[in-house]
Design a protein around this ligand. Structure first.
Ligand code: KIV
Length: 256
């Protein structure tokens, strides 16, 4: 079994890279054994695991805690961990925290931002830590943005995003996530850079796709993002299993 490395991903342009989030040992092990290329311990854990309204409440310790569990379940996949908000405000802080993630089992780290984060990306890559970029809709900026909206619909925004992608590539990232980027712009970015693009809600013309695991399997049925087509109904299965258990125990209770 060959492990997936950052170089493997870098060279897998056009080859349909698959990526999912994972936040615990059983999920990581099941996804790894299913053959997923990349597992991300992302800050979407804020919403899907911690019950927070967005990713801005996620701290480095939250990522480290879940990362250690996930790392125990991974044999083959490339394990990437997010640098949460306010953990890479300058290059030194970025390197220090990226190294903490590597010590906890990550093979690579990811951070949000394009041209404005070039110094952090360069510092991390320069310190020998493989780094993934993330451009388009940046969930860590949701408080400033006010809503999750598609980026790159206008020629101006599209041009800025192509510039972001090139900046991320030139700073040393081995791949870049495109989140909620207009499909035409995602296609243009994918054809403009040498490193692979991994899309989420950005159309089919990316080099790979990433999804939040809970969305894929219907584990957060109260919120299904527009770009997601759940492949399972885990939420329903849990509710039914709990109802069956409750019924069985109540039905046999001695207090009847
Ligand atoms: O945290 C996360 O789940 C992510 C994906 C949306 C790419 O960053």
């Amino acid at each position: 079994m060959n492990r997936i490395t950052p170089d493997f991903v870098r060279n897998a342009k056009g080859q349909g890279i698959t990526a999912l989030t994972a936040y615990d040992y059983p999920t990581a092990r099941l996804l790894d054994e299913a053959g997923i290329d990349v597992l991300l311990v992302g800050d979407s854990m804020g919403m899907v695991v911690l019950g927070l309204p967005d990713t801005t409440g996620v701290r480095l310790d939250d990522i480290l805690h879940h990362l250690r569990a996930v790392s125990r379940g991974v044999q083959r996949a490339l394990l990437v961990a997010d640098l949460p908000i306010d953990t890479y405000r300058d290059p030194q802080e970025a390197v220090t925290n990226a190294k903490k993630l590597i010590s906890a089992g990550a093979h690579a780290v990811k951070l949000e931002g394009g041209t404005t984060r070039v110094e952090q990306l360069k510092a991390i890559a320069g310190a020998g830590v493989p780094v993934m970029g993330h451009i388009g809709m940046l969930p860590q900026r949701i408080r400033e943005e006010g809503s999750y909206r598609i980026k790159g619909k206008t020629p101006t925004e599209s041009g800025l995003l192509v510039g972001d992608a090139k900046a991320v590539q030139d700073a040393g990232a081995f791949a870049v996530v495109l989140e909620l980027v207009a499909p035409k712009t995602a296609d243009e970015i994918t054809r403009s850079i040498q490193i692979p693009t991994i899309g989420i809600g950005s159309g089919k013309d990316c080099d790979g796709q990433i999804l939040v695991f809970h969305d894929l399997v219907g584990y957060s049925p109260w919120f299904i993002p527009k770009h997601v087509h759940p492949q399972a109904t885990v939420g329903d299965a849990i509710s039914k299993a709990a109802a069956a258990f409750i019924g069985r125990v109540k039905g046999t209770s001695r207090e009847k």
